[in-house]
Design a protein around this ligand. Structure first.
Ligand code: PEP
Length: 254
């Protein structure tokens, strides 16, 4: 697939995989995907598996992501993991503002923006998620919601930082439900996101930002979705938990 921007496909393991299970999965992925150069491949295990997975993927083409970080630094923040600790395990990416955290941990756009700034300060690439609920789509306010989330979650970042940020458009109604946005629905929102980025930071930045699609991406719909001009990769939940399905998504997107 000849794309303007290099594809980035990330697996969000969420609260799944023991250390042993995570190691088994990445060792299989390493074998399956050793020849892939066209796609940036990222796995985001739970914090508890970061160290072992990090060691297992040294010298491979698989990069490491975390699923969250602390908006604050070192110090008295019980239960929080600052960016500096993630760097100890060669983490390169961090997923921020996932709809599950927005919903269950009540994370606001302002908090996501603070975390994105902390990520950039530590030279981590944030993967910032935005997306509307089913009720919002049905009310015809998808663009309004996505624009608000983008403005709020990227607030305070410089144009250079925005350019290095990866965005993930994840319609909430498509996450873990088996319902995928059609490629036309997804492309429409991705093009809109690029338009918003153009207004915020100019055309050059908007053209360089990679925007992943997420929401029930599987091996059999990856090619069609990632073939759209403004879709630059995928953030994959359920299908990233098995070697076959995750490797096939990546292979089918090349
Ligand atoms: C996700 O949680 O980011 C996601 C897209 O999940 P799934 O692929 O399972 O829909």
């Amino acid at each position: 697939m000849d794309k303007e921007r290099k594809l980035i496909i990330a697996g969000n393991w969420k609260s799944n995989k023991t250390v042993a299970e995570g190691l088994s999965l990445v060792n299989d992925l390493k074998r399956e995907l050793a020849a892939v150069k066209e796609v940036d491949i990222v796995v985001a295990p739970p914090f508890t598996a970061l160290e072992s997975v990090s060691k297992a993927i040294i010298d491979s083409n698989i990069r490491l992501g975390a699923q969250n970080l602390s908006a604050d630094g070192y110090g008295a923040f019980t239960g929080e993991i600052p960016a500096g600790m993630l760097k100890e395990f060669s983490v390169g990416y961090v997923i921020l503002g996932h709809s599950e955290r927005r919903q269950f941990q009540k994370e606001s756009d302002a908090l996501v923006a603070k975390k994105a700034a902390a990520a950039h300060a530590a030279n981590l690439v944030p993967i910032v998620c935005v997306g509307e609920t089913l009720a919002e789509r049905e009310a015809g306010i998808t663009e309004q919601i996505v624009e608000g989330q983008l403005g709020g979650s990227l607030a305070g970042l410089s144009a250079e930082q925005v350019e290095r940020t990866v965005l993930a458009y994840e319609p909430v109604w498509a996450i873990g439900t088996g319902k995928t946005a059609t490629s036309a629905q997804a492309q429409e929102v991705h093009a809109f996101i690029r338009k918003v980025l153009t207004t915020l930071h100019g055309e050059v930045v908007a053209k360089r930002v990679r925007i992943q699609y997420g929401g029930s991406v599987k091996a059999n719909n990856a090619r069609e979705l990632l073939g759209q001009p403004d879709i630059d990769g995928a953030l994959v939940g359920g299908a990233s938990l098995e070697v076959r399905s995750f490797a096939d998504i990546i292979k089918n997107s090349i």
